[in-house]
Design a protein around this ligand. Structure first.
Ligand SMILES: Cc1ncc(COP(=O)(O)O)c(C=O)c1O
Length: 436
């Protein structure tokens, strides 16, 4: 299965970094085995490969396993695969040794290479991307620097949006005199229903100027029909900030398919980079309504880089971006999406027929991802759901997380990763049965 061409040495750096590292004889990451990128068998489809345990157990050898629990909470951040971790550790050593001599002379070119790789993977131009430290930085800058609001204009978000972005949208009331509107999306819903809810909100609020639009909800993994909603918003002159923090790498897509002008990503969830890397996307020609970061200047409204000011950031994490993308692309985005959906179906298909369990998320497969949420039927308070999460952990050794934010109440989120096994999911199903 392994492709000899895909063998990568521990010291594989991008361009000039390799030269620098070689010249100064830097310490090594310490791993003794040769690392190989995953190489899916030829002639298979993502849905067939999703059930190929030999392939996925090979992929899993690239990750260290969580000790002490079956970890089904991978929506927080993604674990680095060994080749990425080694590249990151080696880059950390190199940057620390070379210090300003590297950072002042070479880093800008290496950072640009990382930007190009992000842009290529997202299917956009490099000048439409600025690196950030996380998705929050990208989305907060878009909200805070938005300059298209007049006093009393309405701004829209939904109950299933990321909690800190909801509060940032609410902040626009005090900061700009805007009128925030929260849309409630039912806990289980399909693509047509979601679109209809947004369209109705547009109809009822003709003074809407700005909206936050989630691609995949961190509450229960629900996928929103972003392209349809954004196209409808565009017709009505509503600017859209798209939260793609949870979707890139969980789903296989490129930015143009979303039909949005602005989006905020991270690479430390489903792309598997070190923690501390995100990206702001702004389509060419769409910058006028978002002011430069305070103190930055962009008279032509053409430079995405002026919408962010990171200051000194983690050089090594940025250098590890191409390695994370190499690993992600070696598995294949479509293969990863299919495997994660398959692992989710292993528990949601069973849970759907348990009367003591309420599932939250999609009603149709298009609205589902690899993530999902549940609670005990009619038990949706913080105390009840915390007790449920604790029982799963203490009685069954399964680690999950509670999510708050949905109008319908709290839930427990379940998020497998590419190294999660069907046996892990079977343990969850067994636990769900015993919760009756
Ligand atoms: C949907 C969603 N948006 C935004 C964020 C924030 O991402 P980051 O931690 O990269 O800022 C998260 C993180 O969990 C998320 O799930």
């Amino acid at each position: 299965m392994a492709d000899p061409e895909a063998t990568i040495g521990r010291r594989k750096f991008i361009g000039a970094i390799a030269a620098t590292a070689a010249v100064v004889g830097l310490p090594k990451s310490g791993r003794t085995e040769q690392l190989r990128l995953p190489s899916p068998p030829t002639g298979t489809t993502p849905s067939a490969l999703a059930r190929d345990e030999a392939f996925w157990s090979e992929v899993a050898t690239n990750y260290d396993r969580t000790e002490g629990a079956i970890n089904l909470e991978h929506g927080y951040w993604g674990k680095m695969a060994h080749p990425v971790q080694d590249a990151y550790i080696d880059a950390t050593r190199m940057v620390n040794a070379q210090n300003s001599f590297y950072a002042r002379k070479q880093f800008a070119a290496d950072e640009q290479e990382s930007v190009r790789r992000v842009a290529r993977a997202l299917g956009v131009h490099a000048d439409e991307i600025a690196l950030t430290r996380n998705a929050t930085e990208a989305i907060h800058n878009l909200i805070r620097q938005y300059r298209g609001l007049a006093d009393g204009d309405a701004v829209l978000y939904a109950d299933l949006d990321y909690p800190h972005f909801k509060t940032a949208m609410q902040w626009l009331e005090h900061a700009r005199g805007a009128r925030p509107i929260e849309l409630t999306i039912p806990p289980r819903v399909n693509q047509a229903e979601i679109f209809a809810l947004y369209r109705d909100a547009f109809d009822k609020n003709p003074d809407l100027k700005l909206m936050l639009l989630m691609h995949v909800s961190n509450q229960h993994g629900l996928v929103l029909p972003v392209a349809r909603i954004a196209s409808e918003a565009r017709k009505r002159g509503i600017d859209v900030i798209c939260d793609t923090a949870q979707s890139w790498g969980l789903l296989d897509y490129q930015v143009p398919s979303l039909q949005v002008d602005w989006a905020g990503f991270n690479l430390h969830k489903w792309i598997g980079s070190p923690v501390g890397v995100g990206a702001l996307y702004m389509r060419r020609g769409s910058l006028q309504n978002v002011a430069p970061y305070p103190g930055e200047s962009d008279p032509g409204d053409a430079l995405v880089s002026t919408r962010v000011h990171m200051g000194t950031a983690n050089f090594a994490a940025i250098l590890a971006i191409p390695h994370a993308l190499d690993f992600h692309e070696a598995i294949g985005a479509a293969n990863k999406e299919a495997r994660l959906r398959y692992l989710r179906q292993l528990w949601t298909d069973e849970a759907d027929s348990m009367s003591h369990i309420e599932l939250l998320g999609g009603l149709d497969e298009e609205s589902w991802t690899g993530m999902g949420s549940f609670r005990l039927t009619d038990k949706r308070t913080a105390e009840e759901v915390t007790a449920l999460q604790q029982r799963l952990e203490q009685e069954f050794g399964i680690f999950t997380v509670i999510r708050k934010g949905l109008s319908s109440g709290y839930c427990v989120r379940v998020t497998p990763q590419v190294f999660t096994t069907p046996d892990d999911m079977a343990r969850l199903v067994d636990a769900l049965k015993r919760l009756a």
